[in-house]
Design a binder for this molecule. Structure first.
Ligand SMILES: C[S@@+](CC[C@H](N)C(=O)[O-])C[C@H]1O[C@@H](n2cnc3c(N)ncnc32)[C@H](O)[C@@H]1O
Length: 230
């Protein structure tokens, strides 16, 4: 038995194919930002300009397999059935989350949903096709638009959230999600070590005792923040 899989051969093939496509795009993304910096035209990761947004519009930038697998295993451990994903892109991490929620509801009964959100309609359309291929579309509520509108009416209590979006959006996402997390609920935030400074507003929120959160940076590549509601 392979402990690093979702133990569904078709789904494992699909996520491996998408992870490979995402990995292959990374050098081009690095080159784009390096070339701009070399021209003295540094792209601000906290305020992407139109050129950077156009360049990134078709890039997967998927959550790496090891991090996505942790999300999957945590959903199972927590028996998560209300999950939110902030930043869906082509839906790679959504597939891991949705399969875990399906396993929980199949074994424990009842219903479950993964709410995803993506601002680029073309990316959302590709994500929907992946959900359909995986047979997971019935548990995914993909909302197209800006998180500040699409996540304004999240239904409580939430079990788990994954924040995998530009760092500047982590704070507004936390402001909408944290009050609706159940005690023991978890938020995972990608790249918090690699972009610590850009996450300063998010950390100010996490460290405010009024919000009842505790955090630890897990030692994945570029860091993965695990935030727990007390
Ligand atoms: C890092 S990618 C998400 C990757 C995805 N979690 C996966 O594993 O496949 C971040 C995504 O957030 C989207 N995004 C950026 N700003 C957004 C906003 N204001 N509202 C919703 N989505 C946004 C981007 O278009 C991009 O596709």
């Amino acid at each position: 038995m392979d402990s690093g899989t979702l133990q569904n051969p078709e789904l494992d093939r699909l996520v491996a194919e998408l992870q490979q496509r995402s990995t292959e795009q990374i050098p081009a993304i690095g080159n784009y930002f390096a070339e701009r910096a070399a021209r003295g035209d540094v792209a601000d990761p906290n305020a992407l300009d139109a050129d950077a947004e156009t360049f990134l519009a078709d890039k997967l930038i998927a959550l790496e397999h090891d991090k996505a697998l942790l999300c999957h295993r945590l959903c199972l451990a927590m028996r998560a059935r209300r999950v939110v994903e902030v930043g869906t892109s082509h839906g790679v991490s959504t597939l891991y989350l949705a399969q875990a929620v399906c396993l929980v509801t199949e074994s424990d009964g009842g219903a479950g949903t993964v709410v995803g959100t993506e601002i680029e309609p073309a990316k959302a359309a590709v994500a929907r096709e992946h959900f359909r291929r995986a047979g997971l579309q019935s548990v995914i509520d993909l909302r197209v638009g800006d998180i500040r509108a699409t996540l304004a009416d999240l239904e409580a209590p939430l079990d788990l959230a994954l924040i995998d979006i530009w760092p500047v959006l982590a704070r507004p996402a936390l402001e909408m999600i944290a009050p609706k997390l159940r005690p023991g609920g978890v938020v995972l935030i990608d790249n918090t070590e690699g972009h610590r400074e850009n996450y300063r507003d998010a950390f100010a929120f996490i460290e405010d005792p009024a919000n009842g959160l505790l955090a630890q940076t897990l030692p994945f590549r570029a860091g993965l923040e695990m935030v727990v509601k007390r």
